[in-house]
Design a protein around this ligand. Structure first.
Ligand code: BEZ
Ligand code: FE
Length: 288
């Protein structure tokens, strides 16, 4: 067949990709062609706009290296990451909701004893984090491995300020005790803008959006027999809860981080300045 035009090009491409031997590839290719062509038909781009789109994707690729993944940031800021997450994490009652992983997770953080201060020497308001990991019926999960990471009080992760913080600051791995409990000390993180010095930042600006995320602490919790949970706990009252640049906020993940005067902390140590506490009990979904 030849002489493709507006009226027949979509069906012609669908017909061509229908030869894909793998059924999933066939279905994905067909949906891709249908939706992409529908988008182009709706937009009716000029050649200049089409070139700008190709240029945007090219710059997005050029922005990527082993530390920066601009395509994931694009997926995050267009709500695609949260949509994929929602489709893949339909949680039963009693299981904690998930949210985006983000680019600042570092695998193989050192495992530390419960109670460790993971922000030694870093300026900020002390914060004592504690909680419990259980199954959806509330039965404790002992030995669950908790990766936790968060920003400093200026909104920067250790990996963004290696000169100042070094590796593995404000991040660590803990293991729940026999009652499924964990606790550690750190500093209170701040809201921060996602990396916006590249094409995604320019897209946000063009769309009249800000790049900020509300203050949060990341958790990744793994235990044999359960789905690994990737989530955050957000601070109640943060000004960006309703406009998170990556759409990651869920009501069930928001907690008060109460402030306390100087005195005895929850871990029994004396603290000579006001401090915050954060408590969250996580539920893990049994593996299929
Ligand atoms: C984060 O919370 O670390 C994050 C998530 C998505 C994009 C950028 C940062
Ligand atoms: Fe984060």
């Amino acid at each position: 067949m030849r002489n493709f035009d507006e009226s027949n090009i979509t069906e012609a491409v669908r017909d061509r990709v229908s030869a894909a031997p793998d059924p999933r590839t066939r279905a994905i290719s067909d949906a891709l062609v249908r939706h992409l062509h529908a988008f182009v038909r709706e937009i009716e781009p000029t050649f200049a706009e089409w070139e700008a789109a190709i240029g945007f994707l090219t710059q997005t690729g050029h922005m990527c290296d082993d530390k920066r993944q601009e395509f994931i940031l694009l997926s995050d800021t267009l709500g695609v990451s949260m949509l994929v997450d929602a489709i893949n994490h339909r949680m039963p009652e009693g299981a904690t909701e998930s949210t985006v992983l983000g680019p600042f997770f570092v695998a193989a953080a050192p495992e530390l004893p419960l109670g460790t201060d993971i922000s030694p020497g870093i300026a900020g308001e002390p914060m004592f984090i504690s909680g419990r990991v259980s199954d959806p019926d509330g039965r404790p999960i002992a030995g669950a491995v908790i990766d936790t990471w968060h920003s400093d009080d200026d909104g920067y992760y250790d990996v963004q300020k290696l000169d100042e913080h070094g590796h593995f600051a404000m991040r660590a791995r803990f293991r729940t005790d026999a009652d499924g409990r964990f606790h550690y000390r750190t500093i209170k993180p701040a809201a921060y803008p996602i990396p916006h010095d590249g094409p995604v930042g320019r897209m946000l600006e063009a769309q009249g959006r800000h790049p900020w995320r509300p203050a949060h602490v990341h958790f990744m919790i793994a235990a044999p027999g359960y789905e690994t949970l990737v989530t955050h706990v957000f601070e109640a009252g943060d000004q960006y809860l309703d406009s998170d640049s990556v759409f990651g906020v869920k009501q069930s993940l928001i907690r008060e981080w109460p402030r306390h005067p100087a005195g005895i902390a929850p871990d029994g140590t004396a603290v000579d300045q006001p401090f915050a506490t954060l408590t969250y009990d996580f539920g893990l979904k049994p593996a299929a």
